[in-house]
Design a binder for this molecule. Sequence first.
Ligand code: GAL
Length: 891
Amino acid sequence: MISSRLKISFFQFLSFHLIIQFTLISSNFFEPFNVTYDHRALIIDGHRRMLISAGIHYPRATPEMWPDLIAKSKEGGADVVQTYVFWSGHEPVKGQYYFEGEYDLVKFVKLVGESGLYLHLRIGPYVCAEWNFGGFPVWLRDVPGIVFRTDNAPFKEEMQKFVTKIVDLMREEMLLSWQGGPIIMFQIENEYGNIEHSFGQGGKEYMTWAAGMALALDAGVPWVMCKQTDAPENIIDACNAYYCDGFKPNSPKKPIFWTEDWDGWYTTWGGSLPHRPVEDLAFAVARFFQRGGSFQNYYMYFGGTNFGRTSGGPFYITSYDYDAPIDEYGLLSEPKWGHLKDLHAAIKLCEPALVAADSAQYIKLGPKQEAHVYGGNLHIQGMDFSQFGSQSRCSAFLANIDERQTATVRFLGQSFTLPPWSVSILPDCRNTVFNTAKVAAQTHIKTAEYVLPLFSNSSVPARFIVQNEDSPQSTSWMTAKEPISLWSEENFTVKGILEHLNVTKDESDYLWYFTRIYVSDDDIAFWEKNKVSPAVSIDSMRDVLRVFINGQLTGSVVGHWVKVVQPVQFQKGYNELVLLSQTVGLQNYGAFLERDGAGFKGQIKLTGFKNGDTDLSNLSWTYQVGLKGEFLKVHTTGDNEKFEWFDLAVDAIPSTFTWYKTFFDAPAGDDPVALDLGSMGKGQAWVNGHHIGRYWTIVSPKDGCGSCDYRGAYNSGKCRTNCGNPTQTWYHVPRAWLEASNNLLVVFEETGGNPFEISVKLRSAKVICAQVSESHYPPLRKWSQTDLTGWNISRNDMTPEMHLKCQDGHIMSSVEFASYGTPKGSCQKFSRGNCHASNSSSVVTEACQGKNSCNIAISNALFGDPCRGVSKTLAVEARCISSSNSGYSHY
Ligand code: GAL
């Protein structure tokens, strides 16, 4: 029996072998190709390439969102997707790996490959990224003798283990370029050059070791180190900044790469929101390619969400929208996405000339104007377009870096008008196809529309349905109190103040310190007589401290290593003093993160007693980690009944340290879902056991927003929005986490809020607008690569066009405004000017209504000429609705 099972015929063996071969080949995405580089560019399969890369961090979205995000990146003109690898997610417990759900890295890489895009994998494994602890697992700080990111054996051992694990995994899954996979490049470390000096000689040694260790993995594709001016010869050093057009790598043999083009910025609780205007961003990118760059990655193309407790610190918010071209919910951010798409198409038209030339020819066109010309055998002096043979490839970038003035320059015998702070792109050295400051792409207004009171049809007792016509409110909330007392059997008592992370291991944000303080008659008399009160004094504290006396919350302090002086009031006799130390995202940047810790530092005293100060670190303290609700897992569908829940009265007074739960139905359709937690204070929320993140209704300062001018160098303080409002009120609940009905929502509230006002909203781009004038360039899609030498485009095709499109398959239900002539204002504030074609509305309605997208020529031929000799503009505002409730058939 056994022997017959083992008998495999030669043919069986052969077919078995063929099956293996076949599965290996069929799992590949490309014909195997080599990746190398020279001083000019990455060389992919023997060809230099100009590459646009889209930064997307896979755990900041759900796997269900990945295909759409990748498709939108591709449609936007990306060639590459770039991501970090998140060590803390993949090795949550030392030696135990996790590659599922949002951490299914292999699936993500495969989806990128399937879409035909390449992948740049930044392993780090330190990643910064506004990610908790910079991506390090918190257990790493407990490895004996460890010092992070320096020439330290325990650190190097763990780092090498993890980096090897990832490279091996990619190789096993056939994901490297030479295996036919999408991975064209790796990264080791991250901006180590910023902190290398902090480690003296050890820094240099570590850097050299990290580079050597990476190369020794023999992955067969190039490695980069970003912001590493002393990177070894065989590693590409790359630039991270708002602008990288002046960047010079540390060797003439290396290409100019931009691994992080910061197209927005991150946000802290209590801060306003960043906005980087697309005119400036496009300028920065165009300048980069103008001045010899060949790989540019948007950090971020999609920022997404810091679900759970993944956001870093100090105080980074749950949203990681970043003002990126694709917003937190996966919707396009217009006009950013559309304008960059046009820019990418323009750069792609130049690619043959850009890769053919080893360097550009520089021509000064004016005091702050310059041209860089690629190809065409040019002689700088006395150039004339007629000297180009029909076969020569020539592309040029004309820049006006003047922040104020428009400039008119002469180039190759023609005159060009360049708006301030802009670049014109001429793929044939003759025709401008794109200018960074001329935005023809549509814009849109996004709304988060109220859709649902929070209740599930199947779960609401009728008596709880609150009828309020103005704002239908949620109903049927249950509540439970988080005890301000010892409940855990794992609590322990020691003398002295222990460091926060040493106790919690970051398994929770919360660490409770309990002690007793004796107050005598003399103390009370002393306070009354001297009109003083005692205070808890701590030299230094982060992130949040709450002080409870005898079960009552008496004070809260928020800050990043700030001094605490918190007055307290005691009763005579024994008082229970509870200090609750809370983290709001662990530090993710800087040297010596392992020492940074959390909670309290320095002296901790009780001041103002008759007999002087009490050193609290001499007392016995009882320690308890986390919340009882967390411990019981009451946020999960399986375990939420473990609490004793009570019905919450509609007129209940907001209460601190309280749990709430309810059930709700998912709104119909596919639009992304947000939870509006604007009525709450600070806490955390879960849907069906998925941690949607920390929330906090802390308000940003009133000042600091003002007007926004794209001109001039951007910094993260410029063009801020949302001043005077809560930093974040909407929290993304991915569709994949929702069932059709009966979704469990659990909220833990620290400071007091009104859950009845929590609502479910649908995020969509309901209003779209565009404004295109006769002076805009024709749409990029009208030009094609084959025209590069001949440019056989007829004059008719040179008409500018307006392109309108509703997102995600929605259709235009109405045209709210249309004027061809001299319209004024901006989206939602358009008005007619002196010149207006009376058929504007009917022409646009005819072209667009009921459709998902439409193109309208900016031309008298279509509208008639309402005012001769005047330059005309078309402005349109239209509404988009979901095609399922439109009554129109889908186009
Ligand atoms: C960079 C870092 C990124 C990210 C970025 C700011 O310095 O490399 O990981 O933190 O800053 O968003």
